[in-house]
Design a protein around this ligand. Structure first.
Ligand code: PGA
Length: 252
């Protein structure tokens, strides 16, 4: 069990947030001023349109920003896409990759996610690589094998010293209010840890594994205590500073 890693609390705003939502980030920054080294790492992933303004707000504070996706190439003729160097230039330090909504809405494959992760590394972004099974796959007893395949296909095995994070997000738990049992979360996180240690000798035990899917102020305390859960990736409950701060407070 590796719970000694510094916890990471990441907020994924998805396709939500206008300029007026920057006030939520300001509230989080103000509340976190003066937090000590024992405090969790905090990452906010607003839509890319807000990154530069959010970066101004977060200047000189320990809150990091992230993108929600990047292209597999650094520049070029890809209308509508954003690249890893652009996200870094706008103030991001992290990028979420392979979220199930990207896999479903944009047909992203494990191979594409692996390629994006390598591009992210070159831009000095830390990828948060998402994996997770569907409801049908869990009911068919395939959850571990599906996630095992996703890890094999999408997590680079040669990150060197670069920061990389894995997020387990069961598709059926995202935005539904449903969460797996504690035993199921532990089984999956222990499995992911074992897979990372096998494929990345010497590095696997240093990679934070986040749980994501209907994390709320009411359930985060129990989740935070589970084996190999090194933090959370929060969607809906990260949109309001009040809720996100309650989640952060559990890790203090
Ligand atoms: P949720 O989303 O917290 O709203 O379930 C989590 C995610 O998709 O990252």
């Amino acid at each position: 069990m590796t719970n000694a890693l510094r916890p990471l609390v990441a907020g994924n705003w998805k396709m939500n947030g206008l300029c007026e939502s920057l006030g939520e980030i300001q509230t989080i920054v103000t509340a976190c001023v003066g937090a000590g080294a024992e405090a969790p790492e905090i990452v906010i992933c607003p839509p890319a349109t807000l990154l530069m303004a959010a970066s101004d707000i977060c200047q000189d504070c320990r809150i990091r920003l992230g993108g929600q996706d990047c292209h597999s190439e650094a520049f070029g003729a890809h209308t509508g896409d954003l690249s890893a160097p652009m996200l870094a230039d706008a103030g991001a330090s992290y990028v979420i990759l392979g979220h199930s909504e990207r896999r479903a809405d944009h047909g992203e494959t494990d191979h594409m996610i692996m390629t994006k992760a390598r591009t992210a590394f070159r831009a000095n972004l830390a990828p948060i690589i998402c994996v997770g099974e569907t409801k049908a796959q869990r009911e068919a007893g395939e959850a571990l094998s599906v996630v095992g395949e996703q890890l094999k296909g999408s997590v680079p095995v040669d990150p060197g010293a670069r920061v990389m994070v894995v997020a387990y997000e069961p598709v059926w738990a995202i935005g539904t209010g449903l969460i797996p049992t504690a035993a199921d979360i532990v089984e999956m996180h222990d499995f992911i840890r074992a897979e990372l240690c096998r494929s990345l000798p010497g590095r696997g035990e240093t990679i934070q594994i986040l749980y994501g899917g209907s994390v709320k102020p009411e359930n985060v305390s129990e989740i935070s205590k589970l084996s190999n859960v090194n933090g959370v990736l929060v969607g809906g409950a990260s949109l309001k500073a009040e809720d996100f701060l309650k989640i952060i407070a559990v890790y203090r």
